[in-house]
Design a protein around this ligand. Structure first.
Ligand code: ADP
Ligand code: MG
Length: 140
């Protein structure tokens, strides 16, 4: 399998509870390398732009308000099949359906406040990485 890069976000419910290090340990234990990382506080407009694909969903406004409520940590993870591997480590969107040992099973508070974001395909990974990082900031 090819080496890939994927965009990850540690969401406000997790940064608020000081879980950044414990979540990063899950990524690293799974063989994912953190090749870029920064802590930022999104505006609601920026959150809305990032999640524009969900604009028609009933939870969109709640999601954007939540993502702008506290700082987030945005990061690029690199490794063999990193996009799918990260989705595995994250667990299902709704923590009630997430497998044991996943980030969402262990840390998520609800389907909305579910601790992490991860890209879902190569095209979205490329777009989402470019949304937050310049090429100079990706240090593999
Ligand atoms: P994922 O983050 O697993 O890729 P989606 O892309 O479907 O999930 O949704 C994006 C984000 O929107 C979720 O991670 C979650 O924070 C929020 N979300 C999804 N479904 C709901 C819902 N039913 N109610 C509230 N928030 C939701
Ligand atoms: Mg998604």
């Amino acid at each position: 399998m090819a080496i890939e890069r994927t965009l990850s976000i540690i969401k406000p419910d997790a940064t608020r509870r000081n879980l950044t290090g414990r979540i990063n340990a899950k990524f690293e234990d799974a063989g994912l390398r953190i090749v870029a990382q920064k802590r930022i506080h999104l505006s609601k407009a920026q959150a809305g732009q990032f999640y524009a694909v969900h604009a028609e969903r009933p939870f969109y406004d709640e999601l954007c308000t939540f993502m702008a409520s506290e700082p987030v940590v945005v990061q690029v993870l690199e490794g063999e099949g990193a996009i799918a591997k990260n989705r595995e480590v994250m667990g299902a969107t709704n923590p009630a359906n997430a497998d044991d040992g996943t980030i969402r099973k262990e840390f998520a508070l609800s389907v909305g406040e579910n601790s992490v974001h991860g890209s879902d395909a190569p095209e979205t990974a490329a777009t989402e990485i470019a949304f937050f990082f310049s090429g100079l900031e990706l240090v593999g």
